[in-house]
Design a protein around this ligand. Structure first.
Ligand code: FMN
Length: 143
């Protein structure tokens, strides 16, 4: 099984989380790469059974949160029939960012199996916990 982590990052937190997620998935036997939404590794994406999409939280800190620069994420290449999971990084409150990100990914054909909000003050622990949960939810049966 292979995975691609695609992230949108403004100041580096979501990128860092994405690298940790790819590292942890690889350590668990799911060969993974991480790439920014502006430079998607199309070869890796097409070979992936699982696609993880990450974004930062953009809002007024307690209101109106949404995935940052979601216009870019809306142009994610079509991933029809692939399992997908979403994550966001946030400072104080992620609001409905994950729901909105899930919808964007569903619109590109992904079958979203879960999501996780990672607090920026502890990216490592959050990313590791996300992968732990993801490994419990993913269908690793060969396609
Ligand atoms: C313009 C802007 C708006 C933000 N709004 C929120 C918000 O509403 N709630 C929140 O918890 N964090 C908010 N943040 C914090 C970021 O989501 C957080 O720092 C995130 O980890 C940044 O990820 P990045 O380093 O990948 O860009 C905001 C950051 C920026 C730059």
């Amino acid at each position: 099984m292979k995975a691609t982590v695609v992230y949108e990052s403004l100041t580096g937190n979501t990128e860092q989380a994405g690298q940790i997620i790819a590292r942890e998935l690889t350590a668990a036997g799911i060969e993974s790469v991480a790439c920014p939404i502006t430079e998607v590794n199309l070869q890796a994406l097409s070979e992936s059974d699982l696609v993880v999409v990450g974004s930062w939280t953009d809002g007024l800190f307690f209101f109106g949160q949404k995935p940052g620069r979601s216009g870019r994420l809306a142009k994610l290449p079509v991933i029809d029939g692939k399992q997908a999971a979403v994550y966001c990084t946030y400072a104080l409150h992620a609001g409905k960012t994950l729901d909105k990100l899930s919808r964007l990914v569903s619109n590109r054909g992904g079958e979203v199996i879960g999501g996780y909000a990672i607090k920026r003050s502890d990216l490592e622990a959050g990313a590791v916990e996300f992968v732990d949960r993801l490994l419990g939810a993913v269908d690793a049966t060969p396609a």
